[in-house]
Design a protein around this ligand. Sequence first.
Ligand SMILES: *[C@@H]1O[C@H](CO)[C@@H](O)[C@H](O)[C@H]1NC(C)=O
Ligand SMILES: *[C@@H]1O[C@H](CO)[C@@H](O)[C@H](O)[C@H]1NC(C)=O
Length: 400
Amino acid sequence: MGILTRSTPSKKPNESMKLIITTFLGIAFGFFIGVSFPSLSLTKLNIASNFLPSIDLADIEDKSSGLSTQKVLDDLSYRRDTSRRQNLNETAKIWVPSNPRGAEMLPPGIIAAESDFYLRRLWGKPSEDFTHTPKYLIAFTVGYDQRANIDSCVKKFSENFTIVLFHYDGRVTEWDEFEWSKRAIHISVRKQTKWWYAKRFLHPDIVAPYDYIFIWDEDLGVEHFNAEQYLKLVKKHGLEISQPGLEPNKGLTWQMTKRRGDREVHKETQEKPGWCTDPLLPPCAAFVEIMAPVFSRDAWRCVWHMIQNDLVHGWGLDFSVRKCVEPAHEKIGVVDSQWIVHQTVPSLGNQGESQNGKAPWQGVRERCRKEWTMFQTRLANAEASYYRAVGIDPSTSTGH
Ligand SMILES: *[C@@H]1O[C@H](CO)[C@@H](O)[C@H](O)[C@H]1NC(C)=O
Ligand SMILES: *[C@@H]1O[C@H](CO)[C@@H](O)[C@H](O)[C@H]1NC(C)=O
């Protein structure tokens, strides 16, 4: 204020007048504020803190130890939204806490919480875009070199299937030589694994319309496989997680997934699981059960959450998906009468990089094993801390 009132002689009268008026208005405004809020002292006028969300720093630190930074940030922005909302105190605006998180300001009737892979037209009425909507989804992780095999695979899946191709070699347009390619969804990201793609592009909310989701490798022989017949058996026997029986053309197959010639399906209840005694020995490390899995919508919603973002090879998943269905021994099974052949062709495993004089596939294999151990450790730790938190002694509970 002192600076404002100190008018200098060199100023023109017009400017001095402006300054006086400004000063007067300033004083009047100050007086008005003082009258309106008599109890408001300057030290209490801490506007900034009122507009910031109340964040407990200790709380953040506690959370960051267990959660990713992104999760903490999401949490903060959510809280900021909530507090902004409270500051506005606009009771006439929409706020529906039961809406999906982040969409509370929308009227529930407009919310489309799930999506699909259905292709639409650019013209006409949206309601008339489809002549039919596929009920199942098949996703293959492919390289162009395997096109002949994928072509014969895809032909086994009728128009009742949405076809998704994950391209790990960056070659996409070449696939247009196949008629079916035009109705397929092509997703091209170099040198990633099936489970990396599945985690990113098959979110349960995106694939929600599909009753069953097939997530298959590219080197499967499907001569003796009929997809509609397969699903008929899956439904008949109530399988939530399944795979076709496997007939290895060379090497060994896990006992559990090996095709039984004399029946439609087999489950754990009928067989003592003949899983390997040492899972790190070659026959067991053969990646089998996660080669051609088929999930029901509900089972996939659970398994998707179990897939770790950094453990891209998915080793160990096959042992743990049983946590997603209850009772597992009834709802997991192998469909023997619709069977496939594992052809063991060099594929993504050869897309590694030579390091320390080792062949590319060796580095990939080593990482697979390392990931398997990491996954098991994570799962065991997560279970232990859960049981500790709820006060159960895991040794006395059934656990698995
Ligand atoms: C919002 O305004 C109403 C009425 O003016 C008041 O009763 C209520 O406490 C306010 N809510 C918040 C969160 O400030
Ligand atoms: C596709 O699904 C419909 C309805 O379930 C069924 O009638 C039809 O036979 C299926 N198509 C094929 C090729 O199996």
